[in-house]
Design a protein around this ligand. Sequence first.
Ligand code: CA
Length: 227
Amino acid sequence: MSPTILVVEDEPEIRHFLRSSLGAEGYRVVESPNGRRGEVDAGMHKPDLAIVDLGLPDFDGIQVIRHIREWSTMPIIVLSARIQERSKIDALDSGADDYITKPFGVGELLARVRVALRHAAQPPAGKELSFGEVQINFEARRATRDGEEIHFTAIEFRLLACLAKHLGMVVTHRQLLQEVWGPTHAQDTHYLRVYMKQLRDKLEPDPVRPRYLLTETGVGYRLVADD
Ligand code: CA
């Protein structure tokens, strides 16, 4: 059965683009032109994933996300314009799983959708993860690179585990700081920079040009593994 995707977006051209791009991949698309309709359609169609625009005519996309999150864990991807940087982060902190910035291409759209659906079908809370020459066993808290044991500090390991839990998807600074350092450190983004550098030094073939531990400027970080 093909997954159903709810598209909450007021601009007809973007809706059309989403419908044809997603439809061509075999997804079933439900379109909602405003927030109120989006909430109704989410409840009525029980989609497998929602794409929610932040700038809607009746109310804020973040509100739609919060309402969906009250009853559903369906993956939600935010559509945002460049000027909505702050709202985009709020949307992610309010329960959205990932974002796409307008204008976007079909390749990026489909990649985000695939990762989010895969994640929902099978959360990568599993024991093992590998990328490049690196193999990590989260249960045993051990990792190797090219067969050589890598040593992590407790914080480094927690940070890596948090990113791996959202494999392929963005995790905001706030989410990482709260989960790894605790709620009183939600603003301490310099911790993240320091520890991300340490992780990259240990895991990346070229730490200055990371392939796996990616920076989402102003938003957070994303761990991607080989497909
Ligand atoms: Ca809009």
